[in-house]
Design a protein. Sequence first.
Length: 400
Amino acid sequence: MKGWCSVMVMVLNLSCAEEIHEKKLEVTPIESPCGEHSSLPYLFSNSGKTSLSWVEEQKDGRTFFRYAEFQDGTWQKPYDIANGTDWFVNWADFPAFVENEGNFFSHILKKSAEDTYSYDIKMNLKPKGMDWQIGLPLHDDGTPTEHGFVTALPYHNASFFVTWLDGRNTVEKEGQRGPMSIRAAVVASDGTITNENLLDPRTCDCCQTGAAITANGPIVVYRDRSEDEVRDISIVRKLNGKWTAPKSVYHDNWKINGCPVNGPKAVALGNTLAVAWFTEAGKRPTVKLAFSDNGGNTFQEPISMGTSSVIGRVDAVLLDAQTVLVSYVEREGEKAYLKVVKATAEGRLSPPETITEINSSRQSGFPQMEHSGKSVLFAWTEVSETMTQVKTVSVLTKSL
């Protein structure tokens, strides 16, 4: 990639990335389409269309999964996708809605047994011009184990590339449990599943997955787990019809005996790929961003952002082929804020800017960010003493 050289790598190693000049953000509240007791927002954009999905929990114990489209600066009328009383509703493992050429894919998590973390991934699909097909299985292992942390992306021929964490090997045998794994498949708009593959047989248990479609093919990023409990971010790539072996994006060497519930985010344009993630290696919390100009075969030295009070929950969007906007949550005293930093492939960083104050508890979930036309949209769960509600704002791209 143009502008990358050994001198710049030295600069990044010294954590002295040049700062982009500061601009005043223009943050505009947008009336939320979400009702009381809403949470778990998910923003998605494709081919000029932007959507927001979320869940709303009712007093009778029923949960509704809904979505709305963004048009002319406002959210349109919400639509119901599905509802149920036996769903697994969790702050970190949330449903999502994705669109591809008028075909819709979404998923929810449905309890499969009494154990807290026994649940299956159920797909909801709506082929263009047809009705929803609700509750289709993504996996058929039939084990009462954890399946979730789905990432779904538009793919070839109006299909969807889907990756997820799969607990089929964690069934207890002779007092021992196997590790969590990660799998991927292609889902057609009618629900047909092909090209299912095991990507890594041992991963961290409950960190979000990330994926992107490069010019070379799909890539998946996730928090790996070594035998001695190092949980750094790994990448696998599909090249010429075959998946590569897992490889670290960067060796943070974060050794932690437990899941940090903080997954990576990947964005790509052609073979320009950027991966953002949180780490607390060396007891130094930070958010990192690494660029690749060859579809993830190799990465430049990562850029670090955030203070020692950052708690992660990252997201990332491409502003152009060489510029990425990264969001994360950071504490300041007794308060917490959703912040953004703009980073370029040459290692230039903007000063961190605050989007909104946010509750740092699990109830606020994972804030979402998506590029939509001339703006970047943000969604998060606002927490009060009596309820939660999804809120949204927009920021003009030119002010970033």
